[in-house]
Design a protein around this ligand. Sequence first.
Ligand SMILES: *[C@@H]1O[C@H](CO)[C@@H](O)[C@H](O)[C@H]1NC(C)=O
Ligand SMILES: *[C@@H]1O[C@H](CO)[C@@H](O)[C@H](O)[C@H]1NC(C)=O
Ligand SMILES: *[C@@H]1O[C@H](CO)[C@@H](O)[C@H](O)[C@H]1NC(C)=O
Ligand SMILES: *[C@@H]1O[C@H](CO)[C@@H](O)[C@H](O)[C@H]1NC(C)=O
Ligand SMILES: *[C@@H]1O[C@H](CO)[C@@H](O)[C@H](O)[C@H]1NC(C)=O
Ligand SMILES: *[C@@H]1O[C@H](CO)[C@@H](O)[C@H](O)[C@H]1NC(C)=O
Ligand SMILES: *[C@@H]1O[C@H](CO)[C@@H](O)[C@H](O)[C@H]1NC(C)=O
Ligand SMILES: *[C@@H]1O[C@H](CO)[C@@H](O)[C@H](O)[C@H]1NC(C)=O
Ligand SMILES: *[C@@H]1O[C@H](CO)[C@@H](O)[C@H](O)[C@H]1NC(C)=O
Ligand SMILES: *[C@@H]1O[C@H](CO)[C@@H](O)[C@H](O)[C@H]1NC(C)=O
Ligand SMILES: *[C@@H]1O[C@H](CO)[C@@H](O)[C@H](O)[C@H]1NC(C)=O
Ligand SMILES: *[C@@H]1O[C@H](CO)[C@@H](O)[C@H](O)[C@H]1NC(C)=O
Length: 337
Amino acid sequence: MKLSIVAAVMAACSTVLSSPVHEKFKHGPLNVTTNGTTVWNRSNHSNISGGAAGAVGTKLKVIITGGSVPLSNASQFTNVEWQTLFNASSTLNITQLYNVASTVNQTLQDDTYSGVVIVSNQRSVETLGFFSAVVFDTNKTVVVSDDYASGIYVAKDYGSQFRGALTVAQKSGLIYSGVFAPAERDASGVPVGLLYDKQVNWFMEPSLPLLIDTTSPIRTNYSNFTTTNISTTPVVPIIFDGNFSQTVVNRLTGSINGLVVAVPDFASNSTASTLSSTQIPVVFAQVSSEIPFVSGDDVPSDAIAAGYLSPIKAQVLVSIAAANNVTSPASVAQLFP
Ligand SMILES: *[C@@H]1O[C@H](CO)[C@@H](O)[C@H](O)[C@H]1NC(C)=O
Ligand SMILES: *[C@@H]1O[C@H](CO)[C@@H](O)[C@H](O)[C@H]1NC(C)=O
Ligand SMILES: *[C@@H]1O[C@H](CO)[C@@H](O)[C@H](O)[C@H]1NC(C)=O
Ligand SMILES: *[C@@H]1O[C@H](CO)[C@@H](O)[C@H](O)[C@H]1NC(C)=O
Ligand SMILES: *[C@@H]1O[C@H](CO)[C@@H](O)[C@H](O)[C@H]1NC(C)=O
Ligand SMILES: *[C@@H]1O[C@H](CO)[C@@H](O)[C@H](O)[C@H]1NC(C)=O
Ligand SMILES: *[C@@H]1O[C@H](CO)[C@@H](O)[C@H](O)[C@H]1NC(C)=O
Ligand SMILES: *[C@@H]1O[C@H](CO)[C@@H](O)[C@H](O)[C@H]1NC(C)=O
Ligand SMILES: *[C@@H]1O[C@H](CO)[C@@H](O)[C@H](O)[C@H]1NC(C)=O
Ligand SMILES: *[C@@H]1O[C@H](CO)[C@@H](O)[C@H](O)[C@H]1NC(C)=O
Ligand SMILES: *[C@@H]1O[C@H](CO)[C@@H](O)[C@H](O)[C@H]1NC(C)=O
Ligand SMILES: *[C@@H]1O[C@H](CO)[C@@H](O)[C@H](O)[C@H]1NC(C)=O
């Protein structure tokens, strides 16, 4: 299973490697400075686990939001601080996501930390991974996992920097960008690396997905999406195509900030559905066990196509926009791939 995935990715890489690396993906080592003094650079951060306990610039913070965390084993990791926020067993809601975000934001602004690991229940990994990828504009390491040890092994690897938020699943060891966080434990898609026997094997050079790279609309036009103290609680339900009529949608528009319409797998053409609105963003996203796709041609003219984003990721993106008062369908449409 693992080997076949690795082989497929390697085959994909060999074609990619023959094309020139775009300038914007080139970067020097990440130097962390405090008051202008370099506290660590690539050469000594790469051996972070061997650093003196509490050494400046090499600490990792593990933030626990749920999942099983047998802390009896935690002492095997040096230079790691632990913080428990809550013990959620269901998927984290937007209030909880922003609660996590302010803790993460404070930690990342402190250059004594090289990054954070967020441990969550397995159902929240997709939500939290995607949310983290959009909200944390950082070159430091952010890893979301259902298993604290897997998260720490990935975060302690120097190559986890410059990639935006990542997710790693304990069972498969597959590492994904948060933008492509799998919807289910073993879902397919293109991983960026594999954690195997505590060692990370990276498949790709560090880079950011286009959705959140430095030239993306999210980073250029909506740089306020990194705000972590929000005052409103967005309501963005996911409904299944066919279960609701336009009348219901019209009646809901006063009380919701957006709507995600989940369309079935293999439905290449959703035009059968006419749900749309000129007041709130209505996003069509595909439920898929593989990489979903809904194109602009497939949706009613006032609706938005989620592209390769799943219904859950679309819901998170519309919620982040609404939390920042970006609610017009035209503005929200710009955010989608
Ligand atoms: C880090 O410092 C090295 C040596 O001074 C420099 O070559 C490199 O460009 C710096 N990296 C960044 C990201 O600023
Ligand atoms: C940074 O510099 C300022 C002013 O020189 C000083 O007050 C502050 O304590 C320094 N901070 C650290 C962490 O060294
Ligand atoms: C890492 O290297 C910097 C100089 O580049 C040095 O000042 C710092 O003390 C080193 N940190 C550790 C933990 O060895
Ligand atoms: C990191 O710091 C060490 C010690 O100061 C120095 O020898 C080394 O050249 C630096 N490496 C980079 C990549 O800047
Ligand atoms: C990392 O640091 C530890 C403790 O200082 C040392 O024993 C080990 O050899 C170092 N590993 C590498 C790869 O430099
Ligand atoms: C705890 O650590 C022991 C020894 O390192 C290891 O065998 C065991 O699998 C660990 N348990 C968990 C739940 O990580
Ligand atoms: C989010 O979940 C928490 C804990 O279950 C709950 O107290 C809170 O009311 C929920 N918030 C929303 C907006 O659903
Ligand atoms: C933390 O939040 C502030 C605004 O509240 C934002 O400017 C900054 O970019 C955030 N930091 C990170 C690492 O996302
Ligand atoms: C990340 O590093 C690049 C240099 O490689 C720099 O241009 C960019 O501003 C950094 N981003 C953040 C959020 O610090
Ligand atoms: C989708 O359906 C519409 C109307 O039936 C049709 O005009 C269009 O060509 C279809 N698109 C695809 C990609 O099949
Ligand atoms: C965030 O930025 C967008 C685009 O500039 C703007 O429309 C929106 O009002 C801003 N939100 C907040 C809360 O300032
Ligand atoms: C965002 O919208 C809320 C509710 O309409 C309003 O109270 C708040 O002032 C707005 N914030 C900005 C920055 O426009």
